[in-house]
Design a protein around this ligand. Structure first.
Ligand code: ZN
Length: 76
Protein backbone atom coordinates (compact mmCIF):
# COMPACT_ATOMS: atom_id res chain seq x y z
CA UNK A 1 0.00 0.00 0.00
CA UNK A 2 0.96 3.67 -0.21
CA UNK A 3 1.86 5.70 2.84
CA UNK A 4 -0.84 8.39 3.32
CA UNK A 5 1.83 10.87 4.44
CA UNK A 6 4.75 10.53 2.03
CA UNK A 7 3.02 8.38 -0.66
CA UNK A 8 5.90 5.92 -0.45
CA UNK A 9 5.38 2.20 -1.04
CA UNK A 10 5.21 0.25 2.22
CA UNK A 11 4.16 -3.32 3.09
CA UNK A 12 0.40 -3.84 3.45
CA UNK A 13 0.74 -4.89 7.08
CA UNK A 14 3.16 -2.10 8.00
CA UNK A 15 2.24 -0.17 11.13
CA UNK A 16 4.91 2.46 10.66
CA UNK A 17 6.15 3.96 7.41
CA UNK A 18 9.81 3.14 6.87
CA UNK A 19 10.22 6.17 4.57
CA UNK A 20 8.88 9.07 6.65
CA UNK A 21 8.55 7.40 10.09
CA UNK A 22 4.84 8.23 10.48
CA UNK A 23 2.57 5.70 12.18
CA UNK A 24 0.24 4.33 9.49
CA UNK A 25 -1.87 2.21 11.84
CA UNK A 26 -4.51 4.49 13.45
CA UNK A 27 -4.36 2.39 16.61
CA UNK A 28 -0.77 3.54 17.03
CA UNK A 29 -1.42 7.14 16.06
CA UNK A 30 -4.34 7.71 18.45
CA UNK A 31 -2.42 7.27 21.74
CA UNK A 32 0.20 9.72 20.50
CA UNK A 33 -2.48 12.36 19.94
CA UNK A 34 -3.96 11.69 23.36
CA UNK A 35 -0.49 12.10 24.84
CA UNK A 36 -0.18 15.51 23.22
CA UNK A 37 -3.65 16.54 24.44
CA UNK A 38 -2.80 15.27 27.90
CA UNK A 39 0.41 17.25 27.83
CA UNK A 40 -1.43 20.41 26.75
CA UNK A 41 -4.11 19.82 29.39
CA UNK A 42 -1.34 19.44 31.96
CA UNK A 43 0.16 22.77 30.90
CA UNK A 44 -3.23 24.49 31.13
CA UNK A 45 -3.84 22.86 34.50
CA UNK A 46 -0.47 24.08 35.72
CA UNK A 47 -1.12 27.62 34.39
CA UNK A 48 -4.54 27.78 36.04
CA UNK A 49 -3.18 26.47 39.34
CA UNK A 50 -0.36 29.05 39.21
CA UNK A 51 -2.94 31.76 38.47
CA UNK A 52 -5.08 30.67 41.40
CA UNK A 53 -2.03 30.54 43.65
CA UNK A 54 -1.04 34.08 42.60
CA UNK A 55 -4.60 35.33 43.19
CA UNK A 56 -4.71 33.75 46.64
CA UNK A 57 -1.29 35.24 47.43
CA UNK A 58 -2.44 38.74 46.36
CA UNK A 59 -5.63 38.42 48.43
CA UNK A 60 -3.62 37.23 51.44
CA UNK A 61 -1.22 40.19 51.09
CA UNK A 62 -4.14 42.66 50.84
CA UNK A 63 -5.81 41.11 53.91
CA UNK A 64 -2.56 41.31 55.89
CA UNK A 65 -1.98 44.94 54.81
CA UNK A 66 -5.56 45.89 55.74
CA UNK A 67 -5.18 44.08 59.07
CA UNK A 68 -1.91 45.89 59.82
CA UNK A 69 -3.38 49.24 58.79
CA UNK A 70 -6.46 48.58 60.92
CA UNK A 71 -4.19 47.97 63.92
CA UNK A 72 -2.49 51.33 63.46
CA UNK A 73 0.69 50.08 61.82
CA UNK A 74 1.93 52.70 59.37
CA UNK A 75 2.88 50.70 56.29
CA UNK A 76 2.62 53.36 53.61
ZN1 ZN B 1 5.56 7.69 4.83
Amino acid sequence: MLCPYCKGEIPDDAKKCMNCGEWVDPAYRKPQREDKQGCLAGVFELLSSVTWFALLLIIAVIVVLLFLEHNGVDIF
